[in-house]
Design a protein around this ligand. Structure first.
Ligand SMILES: [Zn+2]
Length: 127
């Protein structure tokens, strides 16, 4: 349940970002080509170089987009209440270990202990 929700949420967030980045990159490349062509036609050298630098920026955006392809791994802790068996999942923090007391139960006065620590692989955008 939790895994699916997390994956879904992350995928939505990412695909939106990557669409915006693709559009931005596309626009930058077009602007770069236009300025480059204009500089070429008019024989203006500095326009040519402006076009080249805009295309460099565009390729930088493309590289940034490629990075998140490696699988993301999220480590989660399953907390369980001593008294009422209420369980909760939260992000793993440095120093967390199994049986560590990680706070008070929100349902009763019991203390929440880490019952399990596990990692989930989060799907990345289409690879
Ligand atoms: Zn409890």
């Amino acid at each position: 349940m939790i895994e699916e929700e997390d994956e879904d949420f992350l995928n939505k967030k990412k695909s939106k970002k990557s669409i915006i980045k693709s559009i931005l990159t596309f626009i930058l490349v077009i602007i770069g080509v236009i300025i480059l062509a204009l500089g070429n036609v008019l024989g203006v050298t500095y326009l040519f170089w402006i076009g080249v630098s805009i295309m460099c920026i565009a390729s930088f955006f493309l590289n940034v987009k490629k990075r998140p392809k490696e699988p993301l791994i999220q480590t989660l802790c399953v907390l369980r209440c001593d008294l009422c068996d209420y369980t909760k999942v939260q992000d793993y923090k440095e120093g967390d270990f199994v049986f560590k007391v990680a706070g008070k139960c929100s349902k009763c006065d019991g203390s929440m202990k880490i019952n399990d620590i596990y990692s989930v692989k989060l799907k990345t955008e289409k690879s």
